[in-house]
Design a protein around this ligand. Structure first.
Ligand code: FES
Ligand code: FES
Length: 170
């Protein structure tokens, strides 16, 4: 089978029973895709398949034959973090980080199809991804930061937080 992973065509012999997540991690060495449950529940294994978030523990590798897959390793480009990655950094959208690759890919797909999401849109887009640490508030803020970064005239995170009132000098 051949799958284009993070822009590079990768051709391998694959056993019919191999899951996509195992192909990515074990054959291609892309261990940024995590396995949290193996039962389609947690979203830690989320990758983009032709731009659509999928749980890679729920797909056979051969089902990805001929597609383009994006993993967390493919989010940054030309040495620049993806805005979602910046958002997670700026808003401290993680603690242990185990859920983070899946969260970021689900968020990146959301912003691709809806660059101006409401917080409700963000929560809905991430509803298939579980986090055991953060309580989700900073994750939503991180995605909001990334969305605002893409909007001219609005400082990243500018709508999520009230700025302190300016004090007069002197
Ligand atoms: S490891 Fe795939 S959903 Fe949990
Ligand atoms: S940061 Fe630990 S599971 Fe989300």
């Amino acid at each position: 089978m051949t799958v284009t992973v993070n822009g590079v065509a990768r051709t391998n012999d694959v056993e019919p029973r191999t899951l996509l997540v195992h192909h990515l991690r074990n054959t291609l060495g892309l261990t940024g895709t995590h396995i949290g449950c193996d039962t389609t529940s947690c979203g830690a294994c989320t990758v983009l398949l032709d731009g659509v978030p999928v749980k890679s523990c729920a797909l056979l590798a051969v089902q990805a034959d001929g597609t383009a897959v994006t993993t967390v390793e493919g989010l940054a480009s030309d040495g620049q973090l993806h805005p979602v990655q910046e958002g997670f950094k700026e808003e401290h959208g993680l603690q242990c980080g185990f859920c983070t690759p899946g969260m970021m890919l689900a968020a990146a797909a959301l912003l691709e199809r809806n660059p101006t999401p409401t917080d409700e849109d963000i929560r809905w887009a991430l509803s298939g991804n579980l986090c055991r640490c953060t309580g989700y508030v900073n994750i939503v803020r991180a995605v909001r930061w990334a969305a605002d970064k893409g909007r001219p005239g609005i400082p990243a995170g500018g709508e999520a937080r009230a700025e302190p009132a300016a004090t007069s000098a002197g």
